[in-house]
Design a protein around this ligand. Sequence first.
Ligand code: NAP
Length: 271
Amino acid sequence: MTYQSPIPQLGLGTFGRTGEEGIETILAALEIGYRHIDTAQSYGTEANVGEAVGRSGLPRADLFITTKVADTNLARQDFAASVEESLETLGLDQVDLLLIHWPSQDDLVPFEDYMQELVKAQQRGLTRLIGVSNFPIALLEKAMALLGPDALVTNQVEIHPYHQSPRLVAYCRSKGLSLTAYQPLYKGAVNDDALLQEIAAAHGVTASAIALAFLMAEGHAVIPASGSRQNLERNFAALKVQLSDADIQRIGALDRGARHINPAKSPRWDD
Ligand SMILES: NC(=O)c1ccc[n+]([C@@H]2O[C@H](COP(=O)([O-])OP(=O)(O)OC[C@H]3O[C@@H](n4cnc5c(N)ncnc54)[C@H](OP(=O)(O)O)[C@@H]3O)[C@@H](O)[C@H]2O)c1
């Protein structure tokens, strides 16, 4: 499947990567060649991203930085100020992508309010692109009805070989909306998978790289995280893997609807 999205297909997750170690990890990733970094207001890693980007000396235009508005900042009176604070923490004038991290639980904040605030942030130039995260089909439908079919560039959701989200993926493909697979390694557990290991051996890479190559072949962006330089390199190697149709089919059969992230604030999932 051809990848058609302005988002660099392989990015770096930063959840939990706080402190100096977190900065070193991002710097190592930038040295390896990662250019897309995923953070969020709720991760406490925006400052680390800003620091690493500054220390790297890389031109701003070469980088793709995503942050997400926390569900506690969705109200009209909080939204814009929270984005301005993110930019200050990141040391940036603009992010490349701003996401709604979670839809408001039980419509505590009206849907229209925070979706319109998201568009306003883009109109003000606080972000180049906008998208959502953890949105099921019903909310994507609502968002497209409100904002038009092309306003959003991605829906960032949990997708990995054990949770392939077939209903959501089919819907998003039909609408030309790309998905970003979070927790794409199922927290590293895919590395122990016998089938992925078998395919990995044939390609001279790790099982994790095969999982990432599979998700990219499915047309998704991926944002794996690692605190180890070696694993960052191993994961980056996924970009060079060309899987056969037969292998893609075999990995497709690993899906077992194993959702890992399912907090109380979750919407009604499709898969
Ligand atoms: N939008 C949302 O609601 C949401 C939710 C969850 C996550 N996310 C985003 O998605 C990113 C990735 O998710 P995640 O960090 O939860 O999980 P993940 O990327 O699936 O897995 C990270 C874990 O896998 C291990 N790992 C990485 N590469 C490996 C390799 N080659 N071999 C063996 N183990 C490996 C890491 O350990 P080492 O450090 O030892 O390598 C780490 O413990 C997050 O950082 C965050 O940016 C978004």
